[in-house]
Design a protein around this ligand. Structure first.
Ligand SMILES: Cc1ncc(COP(=O)(O)O)c(C=O)c1O
Length: 370
């Protein structure tokens, strides 16, 4: 069993992927070719945003967003400590200070009730993460940001395709950022990412920063990056968009089925395995199907012996990472993030997981937790 099966998907979309790649090889416009603009139009429409800027990765998109908002040394950006490293890393790379606010332990996302206490005169943005495929509470976060006149950047690397109060992830705040890393809900065959906004001036800035800060060829009013998406990746992503709606529906069905099967399997011993909690105003695309268990290391090795691959997203909260030691945030600073980092484990999850495979995983989870 694969943790994420990309081969079955490829067999399904092979004619379109192969034809689109062949077309790129024929026209030869490998950098910002026509597929990149076509993808940007397709994704902007899908998200419901005015602008989409395709870029080199979900890491670079975070940095481009921060640079476009002119965030740098002396500034603070509020984010969650329980996330993939890139979220905090890019705030620090921009020269700013990541200011961590603990998560809501039910959703693993930034707890809006704790944000206001962390806002100072140096706060320049709030960057919530939509972890595991479920959006953070943007309605509540945007209201706080609005009161304090702060921009909100969604790190939607894991939530592309999810909805929040009926609106799509990446279209929920001033800037939305996502990743096309191959294992993501919309993944390419290499690195990639995209930014979304309704703001014309910000869109123009982010487009310029994506190409070395140039406003026309070889003229650079500002610094930027080599942050472009390859035309070949855009071609692959266009093929994947043809089946994406169907895959999102499958993800929701499979995630919900896991929860049902696990809750049935552990009905007699509640609390042994904690299944995901999805807010009733959200849909979750389950970039990861993540549960919580006691004695994770033992559980992990038992599942491995039973032939079920797992992964831990993430074993160390950001304030506990050696590189952030200078922030002076000792263990105990963010108890919910720290508890999650000790207890979470992700099960095999992708849109082509079969009922038989899910039943086998749940059976193995039962055995491993015994
Ligand atoms: C929450 C989060 N932010 C940022 C990133 C960075 O994306 P990428 O790997 O495309 O640079 C990822 C993905 O790995 C992620 O999960």
């Amino acid at each position: 069993m694969d943790f994420i099966d990309l081969k079955t998907q490829y067999r399904r979309i092979k004619p379109s992927v192969d034809a689109r790649i062949a077309r790129v090889l024929e026209h030869g416009q490998y950098i910002l070719g026509p597929e990149v603009s076509e993808l940007e139009r397709t994704l902007a429409e899908y998200v419901g945003a005015k602008h989409c800027i395709a870029a080199s990765s979900g890491t670079d998109t975070l940095l481009i967003a921060l640079m476009a908002l002119d965030i740098g040394p002396g500034d603070e950006v509020i984010t969650a400590p329980f996330t993939f490293f890139a979220t905090g890393e890019m705030i620090a790379i921009a020269g700013a200070k990541p200011v961590f606010v603990d998560i809501d332990p039910r959703t693993y996302n930034l707890d809006p009730a704790k944000i206001e206490a962390a806002i100072t005169s140096r706060t320049k943005a709030i960057m919530p993460v939509s972890l595991y495929g479920q959006c953070a509470d943007f309605e509540a976060i945007n209201a706080i940001a609005c009161r304090h006149n702060l921009p909100v950047i969604e790190d939607g690397a894991q939530s592309f395709g999810a909805t929040h109060h009926g609106k799509r992830s990446c279209g929920l705040s001033l800037i939305g950022s996502t990743s096309f890393f191959p294992s993501k809900p919309l993944g390419g065959y290499g690195d990639g990412g995209a930014l979304f906004t309704n703001d014309d001036a910000l869109a123009k800035l982010m487009r310029e920063i994506r190409v070395h800060g140039q406003d026309r060829r070889y003229h650079h009013p500002r610094l930027g990056l080599n942050g472009r998406l390859d035309t070949l990746q855009a071609a692959v992503l266009l093929a994947k968009m043809e089946v994406f709606e169907d895959e999102v529906a499958a993800r929701i069905r499979i995630g919900d089925r896991y929860t049902q099967l696990l809750n049935e399997a552990f009905a007699g011993s509640p609390g042994r395995v904690r299944t995901p909690y999805i807010e009733n105003f959200n849909t979750c695309v389950y970039a990861q199907y993540t549960i919580e268990v006691d004695n994770r290391e033992v559980f992990e090795s038992k599942l491995k012996a039973l032939g079920v691959p797992t992964a831990v997203h993430y074993p160390l909260a950001l304030h506990m990472q050696p590189v952030f030691a200078h922030l002076g945030l000792p263990e105990g600073s963010f108890p919910f993030s720290e508890a999650a980092a000790r207890r979470v484990i992700s099960l095999p999850m992708h849109p082509y997981l079969t009922e038989e495979q899910q039943v086998a995983v749940v059976q193995a989870v039962r055995e491993a937790s015994g």
